[in-house]
Design a protein around this ligand. Structure first.
Ligand code: SF4
Ligand code: SF4
Length: 327
């Protein structure tokens, strides 16, 4: 039986509803389209005027302006974004591909981030109308403080999201700076305005886990409670493999996020999106609640994989079951 949801029924603020464009965000995302195509930017445009939902993106800013601490967090993030990168050194350091990739472990060891991976860049990961010339994308993951994210949809969760976006940006700039000092061009990509790059596909490709029913990545180490940034480069990093822990199948039998989502944006079944069948968040249902709660985050907080220590145990249990089934 579904758990009682304290945020239902949810009625969007009429001021927000009045800003909605004529086009559905689900249509922009390609929901129901059976032919493959590249993604189109639906939200978090660097310039809100560039997207149909730009006025709703501006509405998000008006909501967070009501909590003074958001301005401080935004200023801290801007300072990180504005910090100059070092020049590209004249002399180019060379290493075998595996050594380049192994060197990323140092950034985890020194606390800059919790996870890294590398994928060979694919045109399908670039928003329609954009181009990324680099051959490699380094993905970076930073974990939320679980106690803070567990307060969602309280503003404390939104503030934690901003804090980790800032940390993810700092990690991307540090890794890009490190590469530039070794003679390799490198471009940091920071969230949530990622510019040309859709970040979830390369994160899936390089071992950051599986897509959960709530539309966010899940891995055993951080659950769904983390943020991403990236670095684009031609330095010849060895790609890291995708990882599967049975999370996709687990989601078939779990409905915690479905029940927890106030506007009922999560479906029990996968959907066809631009020719692929996958878990999908109804953008038009999610966005009003997301905007009115400084980024919501209920679904990632409630996901059992996100609870500290649970993800690794769940992954081990699922691996044992797979082994038993195979025997
Ligand atoms: S972020 Fe969106 S999908 Fe997740 S619980 Fe909130 S409203 Fe639902
Ligand atoms: S709450 Fe359950 S169904 Fe939703 S993403 Fe997490 S594991 Fe999957």
């Amino acid at each position: 039986m579904a758990r009682a949801n304290p945020y239902r029924p949810f009625t969007p603020d009429p001021e927000q509803t009045a800003r909605a464009p004529d086009v559905s965000g689900n249509a922009i995302n390609g929901l129901g389209e059976t032919a493959h195509r590249r993604p189109r930017m639906v939200y978090w445009a660097p310039d809100p005027d560039d997207i149909p939902h730009g006025e709703l993106q501006r509405y998000f800013y008006t909501q967070s302006a009501r909590v003074a601490a958001f301005a401080d967090k935004r200023a801290a993030r801007q300072a990180v974004l504005d910090a100059p990168l070092p020049p590209v050194a004249d002399r180019r350091v060379t290493r075998p591909p595996d050594e380049w990739t192994a060197a990323l472990d140092d950034f985890i060891a020194n606390g800059a981030c919790e996870k890294t991976g590398v994928a060979r860049m694919q045109p399908d990961w670039v928003y329609d109308g954009h181009h990324i010339p680099q051959s490699r994308v380094i993905m970076i993951g930073v974990a939320h403080d679980y106690d803070a994210i567990a307060t969602a949809p309280d503003p404390r969760a939104g503030l934690e999201v901003m804090q980790q976006y800032t940390r993810a940006a700092a990690a991307a700039k540090t890794i890009a700076g490190w590469l530039r000092q070794q003679g390799w061009e490198a471009e940091p990509v920071t969230g949530p305005m990622t510019g040309a790059l859709a970040m979830i596909p390369p994160a899936l490709a390089c071992g950051f886990g599986e897509l959960g029913k709530h539309g966010s990545l899940i891995n055993p180490d951080m659950g769904a409670s983390f943020r991403l940034s990236a670095v684009l480069t031609d330095a010849p990093f060895a790609p890291t493999p995708p990882q599967s822990h049975g999370i996709d199948a687990f989601c078939q039998n779990c409905r915690i996020c479905e029940d927890a989502c106030p506007p009922e944006a999560l479906s029990p079944d996968k959907q066809t999106v631009r020719g692929t069948t996958k878990w999908y968040v109804d953008f038009d249902k999610c966005l009003p609640f997301f905007n009115q709660t400084h980024g919501c985050a209920i679904c990632i907080a409630q996901c059992p994989w996100s609870r500290p220590g649970v993800g690794l145990n769940l992954a081990a249990k699922l691996a044992r079951k797979r082994q038993r089934d195979a025997d």
